[in-house]
Design a protein around this ligand. Structure first.
Ligand SMILES: NC(=O)c1ccc[n+]([C@@H]2O[C@H](COP(=O)([O-])OP(=O)(O)OC[C@H]3O[C@@H](n4cnc5c(N)ncnc54)[C@H](OP(=O)(O)O)[C@@H]3O)[C@@H](O)[C@H]2O)c1
Length: 207
């Protein structure tokens, strides 16, 4: 499955590197073509730079921009009919609050913006620093939660999470992004507010 990424910040670039390391080709896109080309040229593997409008050529699109920029970025991407669209955002408001939540989520609002795409919420509960780490315990990697309403799309995201060395955790339909996003903000509070750093991740265990 070909992958495109919108946004080449810490998450977008980190995911591009990690996916390219599996041998997949990646289309890395953003609003500043010069900056995107400079980031892509330094990456090992097959990472090609391009404009956001080209993501339609890929089967899966990872939206790696701030939630506040999602509508603008998606307007440039087009309707993304049939595409798997991975929303990784945490809608963070002032003082590490949730900008939206309880009765909706960033994931659901993004699905409303592109109703023809198949949105999967994922990666919002792990820090970008983990994408760059060589994992010390490969048999017990960080868990990456995902939620979505489309079985095929969920399966493809689950495969991607596993392929890049993490443990997928299916947390149900897209409306459960309402619970994943507070977990993402809790991690930010733990990491930055309480000084635990960004080499941390939540883990679901059964006893
Ligand atoms: N950082 C983390 O550890 C982490 C963890 C989990 C989830 N997330 C989520 O991942 C997403 C990206 O976070 P990040 O930390 O990678 O942010 P970042 O380093 O600030 O990068 C943001 C990227 O979004 C692009 N962007 C901003 N506005 C845009 C627009 N209107 N159109 C197109 N591109 C635009 C920026 O491009 P320019 O260079 O052109 O400004 C930049 O490439 C956010 O939704 C965040 O909540 C982050």
């Amino acid at each position: 499955m070909s992958v495109a990424i919108i946004g080449a910040g810490t998450m977008g670039a980190g995911l591009a590197r990690r996916i390219a390391a599996t041998g997949e080709n990646v289309l890395l896109t953003g609003r500043d073509p010069t900056r995107i080309a400079m980031i892509a040229v330094d990456m090992p593997g097959d990472v090609k730079p391009g404009p956001i409008s080209h993501v339609v050529q890929s089967d899966m699109v990872i939206l790696a921009v701030p939630y506040s920029a999602a509508a603008d970025a998606l307007a440039e991407a087009g309707p993304l009919t049939g595409k798997v669209l991975v929303d990784i955002s945490n809608p963070v408001g002032p003082e590490r609050s949730l900008a939206i939540g309880m009765t909706t989520s960033a994931g659901e609002e993004i699905q409303k913006l592109v109703p023809q795409a198949r949105v999967v919420k994922a990666f919002n509960t792990i820090f970008s620093e983990l994408l760059g780490l060589k994992l010390s315990e490969p048999d017990k990697p960080p868990q990456v939660m995902f939620a979505g309403d489309h079985e095929f799309a969920n399966h493809k995201v689950e495969e991607l999470i596993r392929a890049i060395g993490f443990e997928p955790l299916d947390v149900g339909p897209l409306k459960n992004a309402r619970f994943m996003e507070p977990v993402g903000v809790m991690m930010i509070e733990l990491g930055y507010g309480l000084g635990r750093g960004t080499r941390i991740a939540p883990r679901f265990v059964e006893y």
